[in-house]
Design a protein around this ligand. Structure first.
Ligand SMILES: NC(=O)c1ccc[n+]([C@@H]2O[C@H](COP(=O)([O-])OP(=O)(O)OC[C@H]3O[C@@H](n4cnc5c(N)ncnc54)[C@H](O)[C@@H]3O)[C@@H](O)[C@H]2O)c1
Length: 215
């Protein structure tokens, strides 16, 4: 399958690229590098021993395009040029504290970005979507561990931005029946489980400090 990984140069995205490439999928990363470096994908390329293409050579198994998910023209160009079988959408801002200080930045990036992406997917009949949501959509849960069917709520703009997108995807007769498969990933303070030494060379290397991680 040809998978578009938005935010694929980031922390979770770059590790996901390793798994996808090793499973034999073709990967196209779209990332604006606002919180990552191209180096991360060069490291992925070394780990999986597959060349990273940055010149939009169509036949490549692992390609990178620098750009923003809110750029509809760019997305249309990507979906016109490549047959994308599914999208894993990691591109987003993720710092709860910053989202309280700069809510518009978070709604704009996380909500608008997702809506533009989904709109273009629908236009090109691409029906498989994995959305990187967050456990913050459960607000202040009464008990832990959190169960998937716990009530949804959000107590900050970051969580709200994820919940808006989840609800947009769930709303009956809107998109729910368009997507053949929609998956919500709901991590909390993810610290990648390094299951083999081959993943060690990939640095986290964020430009911004990981405010949301408990280190
Ligand atoms: N790391 C965690 O513990 C955690 C927990 C819950 C949810 N999440 C979610 O998972 C996703 C990935 O998290 P991460 O830890 O890998 O973050 P990250 O910051 O390392 O990766 C996000 C990537 O998205 C890119 N990006 C951001 N906005 C973009 C845009 N508009 N267009 C294109 N690229 C853009 C950044 O440059 C970065 O490479 C995020 O959506 C985050 O909200 C992460």
């Amino acid at each position: 399958m040809k998978i578009l990984v938005t935010g694929g140069a980031g922390y979770i995205g770059s590790h996901t690229c390793v798994e996808l490439l090793e499973a034999g999928h073709q990967v196209l990363v779209l990332d604006n590098l606002s919180n990552s470096k191209l180096d991360n994908l060069e490291k992925v390329s070394q780990v999986v021993n597959i060349k990273l293409d940055i010149n939009e050579t169509k036949a490549c198994d692992f390609s990178f395009i620098k750009g923003d998910v809110r750029d509809k023209k760019l997305l249309i160009r990507i979906f016109s040029s490549y047959t994308i079988d599914g999208v894993i959408h990691f591109a987003g801002l993720k710092a709860v504290g910053e989202s309280v200080e700069k809510p518009i930045k978070y709604y704009n990036n996380n909500v608008v970005g997702s809506v533009v992406l989904i709109e273009v997917m629908k236009k090109f009949d691409c029906k498989t979507f994995v959305f990187s949501s967050s456990a913050t959509v459960y607000g202040e849960p009464h008990t832990v561990p959190i169960k998937e069917n716990f009530p949804l709520s959000a107590s900050n703009p970051y969580g709200q931005s994820k919940l808006i997108v989840e609800n947009f995807l769930r709303f009956p007769n809107q998109l729910h029946f368009f997507f053949a498969k929609t998956v919500f990933l709901k991590f909390i303070n993810l610290w990648y489980y390094i299951k083999s030494k081959k993943l060690l060379p990939i640095p986290i290397n964020p430009i911004q400090i990981c405010f949301n991680l408990l280190i």
